[in-house]
Design a protein around this ligand. Structure first.
Ligand code: ADP
Ligand code: MG
Length: 728
């Protein structure tokens, strides 16, 4: 087996100086090449159909059958002119991956010839079999049908892979009975709820605001590892992370990785990725080394939230595909390696009006300041009220290794504002505002002038899970592998909910005769007071913060099964029902699916650990032990003083202890697994996997890593971390 390791190392090393040098096209020429953009619709649609389309999109109405017919024909012509042969509805089931089922345009005719056909109904709706996707009990076996439905707000695109081109149509995925089975359907509903609630509040300040779009810029962190080395690690192959491995003597302690020079082979991959992304309209702009060795990040420019999420999902597919071309494997797991940094997916989020105003950008005049403060404080209040739900929205087996483990952001949700804005909120909170304001000008005394924030100067606090960064909030606790739709649905929902409450309170005051601006200010001040405990500027990694947070009544939920509870609390269900995002049945189904996903991940990891221990590591340890024993026997025959081979004896004993402990633990873990599997209730099962099975992982890892340090390097079967991390 160690043969495989050395072959892999050799292969990886041989690739080091082999850099692909493709001719690169100017980015602006590539951008959107494979996307059916509005500009292309204009070119391919009859004039009146195009105008109807613009109108429909503007008004948010649904698209008529006639218009869909026009669009399907235009799409087909455009796609075929690009050499496309197949089309697919492209959707995001709750597996975490994207799904597609390809159909050919081609259709045979009775006379033996064939035509290319694509109809409005094929564009608008399809019926994939839903029985192979997670449904959390929604789908009855006798009614396995599901529907995919076209999302016209995200443009169709052509995906090229393996020499074939497919027209992909972004869709939602729902059950036969109408419940969401995907990430996109609830996201669209939440976006809608936020739009309505935000417009209502924005109208206090500006009646010309008729639409509020959330904006999202997603920073994606990932690791790269050579393909050959990846294939020599069964744990990476099957679980996406290393379950063992002694940390190499050099890790990230020299802090020489972040923003360091990008290795040539990696840069070639990045440039290739960017070119492919641009063709699909993904505006990738940023690339750099991250903190850990072989860890990198890319980020597109922000976009409308639904599009940004589609693009991130698409980007993950592209990364995988392009990496293989460069003989790399992309690791998007939150924690591929213990002891060095994990990966996140920072969600930069804001709200932007149809008039072009970023509602989270501090204004220049007192009036725009009050508008900014209103939205800013409502977000803070929403996070304070629903911190647990936000925590649940990012819970997964992978992210448990970041949140609440020895790494941040911590599992405690708090908000970092930076010293300037903290001071502003303190000032607003304590300012003496007259109860009755006769003179409009006087009112503004209660609102401090907000100093101009230079984006580059806003304080950075890398330890905060939710930080304000100048004109947007950055939700940093999202895991690198997660679909951002989950946290963004929750964030949109809780902010929408908060804005609705806010408007109700303000209206009530106005009705009682309070001037509008004063009423707004009153409620803002009240919210500042009420949400104070969620604001934290210090070190989120520190033990003191855990203690302080506890005193403030903030939760610190470290593991997924517990974190998910809140999804089925009465309050959550009621809120989602009120906002028409999830029905009770959908909330319960989602809870079930997430729990199932959690325990299955742990189950797979446990099995892989068992297999590696017994079939790879134990044999290597025994072999080396035999060498030592033979050696000692030889020395004994020479009748040397036993002290002369005391260290060898000691090694034999240590190997025995470690391997014995591992084998005993692996067996005990297997028994716990069997017990857990017998549990009927998904929640109990997930808890059992978390509390009874998972604790063995670290125990086994500890002893296995000890063995790695003792056993003859030439006989060690698994590529070591220094090889995985530094051969690139
Ligand atoms: P950093 O690593 O310093 O946080 P990056 O440049 O890597 O910053 O990423 C910042 C992300 O935030 C980018 O995707 C950027 O487009 C996005 N962003 C900037 N302004 C907004 C905004 N108003 N709304 C949403 N995202 C934004
Ligand atoms: Mg960044």
């Amino acid at each position: 087996m160690s043969e495989l390791r050395f072959k892999a190392v050799e292969t990886a090393v041989s690739r080091l100086n082999r850099t692909e040098t493709h001719e690169k096209t100017k980015p602006s020429l590539l951008f959107g090449k494979n996307v059916f953009t509005t500009a292309k619709m204009k070119e391919y649609l009859p004039k009146n159909a195009y105008e109807e389309l613009l109108e429909t999109v503007e008004s948010g109405k649904s698209i008529s059958h006639d218009l869909a017919e026009h669009i399907s024909q235009a799409m087909k012509s455009w796609a075929i002119s690009h050499g496309v042969t197949h089309y697919t509805h492209w959707f995001q089931p709750l597996t975490g991956a994207t799904a597609e089922k390809h159909d050919a345009f081609f259709e045979p005719l009775p006379d033996g010839t064939a035509i290319d056909k694509f109809t409005a109904s094929a564009l608008v709706q399809q019926e994939p079999d839903a029985s192979s996707f997670p449904s959390g009990g929604i789908r009855n076996t006798f009614e396995a049908r599901g529907y995919t439905g076209w999302d016209p707000s995200s443009p169709a695109f052509i995906y090229e892979t393996g020499g074939s081109k497919t027209l992909c149509i972004p869709t939602i995925f729902i059950s036969y009975t109408g419940e969401a089975l995907d990430y996109k359907a609830p996201l669209l509903k939440a976006i809608n709820a936020l739009d309505k609630a935000a417009v209502d509040v924005a109208n206090f300040f500006d009646k010309s605001i008729t639409k509020v779009n959330a904006s999202l810029g997603i920073e994606q962190e990932y690791f790269l590892v050579d393909l050959a080395l990846f294939n020599a690690r069964p744990d990476l192959q099957l679980t996406g992370r290393t379950l063992f491995g002694h940390m190499s003597a050099k890790g990230q302690q020299l802090e020489d990785q972040y923003f360091g020079a990008i290795p040539e082979r990696v840069l070639a991959f990045m440039v290739d990725l960017e070119q492919e992304a641009l063709k699909l309209g993904i505006p990738l702009k940023t690339r750099h080394n991250e903190v850990a060795p072989s860890q990198f990040e890319c980020a597109p420019m922000f976009e409308e939230i639904n599009l940004a999420i589609d693009h991130n999902q698409l980007l993950l597919n592209l990364m995988e595909q392009v990496a293989l071309r460069h003989k790399f494997k992309v690791l998007i797991h939150e924690k591929p390696y213990a002891d060095i940094n994990g990966s996140g997916k920072h969600n930069n989020w804001s709200m932007i009006t149809n008039t072009g105003v970023n509602l989270l950008s501090p204004g220049k005049t007192p009036k725009t300041n009050l508008m900014f403060l209103t939205f800013f404080v409502n977000v803070i209040k929403a996070v304070h009220e629903h911190a647990d739900l936000l925590r649940a929205s990012i819970a997964s087996a992978g992210n448990d290794h970041r949140l609440g483990a020895n790494e941040a952001p911590p599992a405690i949700i708090s908000i970092f504002l930076g010293s300037q804005l903290n001071a502003v909120l303190d000032e607003v909170e304590t300012a003496r505002v007259a109860k009755k304001v006769k003179n409009e000008a006087l009112l503004w005394h209660g609102i401090p002038k907000i100093p101009e924030l230079h984006l580059d100067n806003t304080d950075r606090n890398r330890t905060s899970p939710f930080a304000f960064t100048g004109n947007k909030f950055e939700f940093r606790a999202v895991g690198s592998a997660s679909n951002s739709a989950s946290p963004m649905t929750v964030l949109s929902a809780i902010v929408a909910n908060q804005l609705i409450d806010f408007k109700t309170e303000v209206d009530k005051q106005i009705k009682k005769g309070t001037k509008k601006d004063l009423a707004l200010l009153n409620v803002v001040r009240k919210y500042i007071k009420e949400s104070k405990p969620i604001r934290f500027e210090g070190n989120g990694y520190s033990a003191e913060w855990e203690e302080e947070a506890r005193k403030r009544g903030l939760s610190n939920i470290k593991t997924t099964p517990k974190a998910l509870d809140v999804y089925v609390s009465d309050d959550t269900i009621a809120m989602f029902e009120k906002l028409e995002i999830f029905t009770r049945r959908e909330s319960e189904a989602r809870h079930e699916i997430l729990l199932e996903n959690y325990f299955k991940k742990i189950q797979i990891e446990a099995r892989v650990i068992g297999e590696i221990v017994t079939s790879l590591v134990a044999p290597a340890a025994f072999n080396y032990q035999n060498v030592l024993i033979k050696n000692i026997k030889g020395l004994k025959e020479l009748e040397l003083n036993p002290e002369a081979y005391g260290s060898q004896l000691n090694l034999v004993e240590r190997i025995s202890n470690h391997i014995n402990t591992i084998l005993v633990d692996a067996e005990a873990m297997r028994q716990e697994r069997k017990k857990a599997n017998k549990l009927e209730d998904t929640c109990e099962k997930a808890v059992a996997y978390d509390t009874k099975v998972k604790p063995y992982f670290d125990k086994i890892r500890y002893h296995l890593n000890k063995l790695e340090q003792i056993v003859d390097d030439h006989q060690w079967p698994l590529p070591k971390l220094r090889e995985l991390l530094f051969v690139r």
